[in-house]
Design a protein around this ligand. Structure first.
Ligand SMILES: C[S@@+](CC[C@H](N)C(=O)[O-])C[C@H]1O[C@@H](n2cnc3c(N)ncnc32)[C@H](O)[C@@H]1O
Length: 279
């Protein structure tokens, strides 16, 4: 039988095992009803590894030689979708409410992008800081960008994006922020300029790891957008309260516009959709 013909079902007991592993390791609660989607996402990997059943795969990712495969599995089961200037209302809010004070007081802005995916979010933040905050204060600003996935982090560090990605950047910022490279196979790539990159530091962090987070803060702004959608309420509540501890008074937490904290007990004050303040 060729590997393409391997087409095992994902049995209910296997789905439950996957759910349990993902929840315990990274806090992601796979949804009942999404079994077929999950099976499709993993099937290609099973074929590549010539494994004929999910039970074999699940057992493998839990062994020491399967540790790397475990990260691949997590990548396949999460969504890394992102883009430059995504949910632009947040960047307008920062320009209006946050940056004028920092500019006037010549105070650097310290930001954490938690769940930064391939880097578009932290680089967008750097671009708007560079646009609004003159030197030498801009060079003292810091953006920490973390994600669980080493694959997206590698892409973020390379900082090269194709024309379609860059089309989301307003033209006046685009020309100041990217260097175009000659087209390869008809596709032009754009590299984020060193001046934009220099204040951004990438690192791997599982937000749901058992150990304490290594960063101390305080942060003026924390972005955790479209990440907690995977987590259940107790996990989200614990995370948001940890973010709150790391925010400076008057600092803001930004979540995705499709998310809400209204069902959680947090010390943060609602400001406007997807924006919360530490008072
Ligand atoms: C949909 S992307 C969001 C990217 C960006 N924040 C945005 O809104 O455009 C979600 C990211 O969260 C990351 N993620 C999921 N679970 C995580 C966890 N437990 N710890 C850290 N990052 C996680 C995924 O790897 C993915 O890159």
């Amino acid at each position: 039988m060729s590997t393409d013909e391997l087409n095992p079902p994902l049995l209910p007991v296997e789905f439950e095992q996957l759910r349990a592993i993902m929840y315990a390791s990274v806090g992601i609660a796979l949804q009942v009803g999404k079994e077929e989607l999950i099976r499709t996402r993993l099937l290609k990997r099973l074929r590549e590894l010539r494994m004929g059943s999910f039970v074999t795969y699940i057992a493998f990712v839990q062994t020491p030689p399967g540790r790397k495969e475990f990260s691949t599995m997590v990548d396949l089961l999460t969504t890394n979708k992102t883009n430059f200037f995504r949910e632009e209302a947040h960047f307008d809010f920062i320009k209006e409410r946050v940056l004028p004070t920092h500019r006037n007081e010549r105070r650097p802005v310290i930001i954490w992008s938690a769940g930064c995916s391939s880097g578009e979010e932290p680089y967008t933040l750097s671009m708007i800081l560079r646009d609004a905050i003159p030197e030498p204060t801009y060079s003292k600003c810091r953006i920490l960008a973390t994600d669980l996935s080493t694959i997206v982090l590698a892409k973020a560090k390379v900082a090269q994006y194709d024309e379609l990605n860059v089309a989301d950047v307003p033209p006046e910022i685009q020309s100041k922020s990217f260097v175009p490279s000659p087209p390869v196979d008809g596709i032009r790539r754009y590299e984020v300029k060193p001046e934009v990159r220099k204040i951004v530091t990438f690192g791997r962090l599982n937000l749901n790891q058992a150990e304490a987070w290594p960063m101390r803060g305080p942060f003026d702004l924390i972005f955790c957008r479209n990440v907690m959608i995977y987590f259940d309420d107790p996990t989200r509540e614990r995370l948001v309260n940890r973010f709150a501890e790391l925010l400076s008074p008057g600092g803001f937490l930004f979540i995705g516009h499709s998310e809400s904290l209204s069902s959680l007990k947090t010390g943060l004050r609602y400001v406007k959709p997807a924006v919360y303040e530490k008072v």
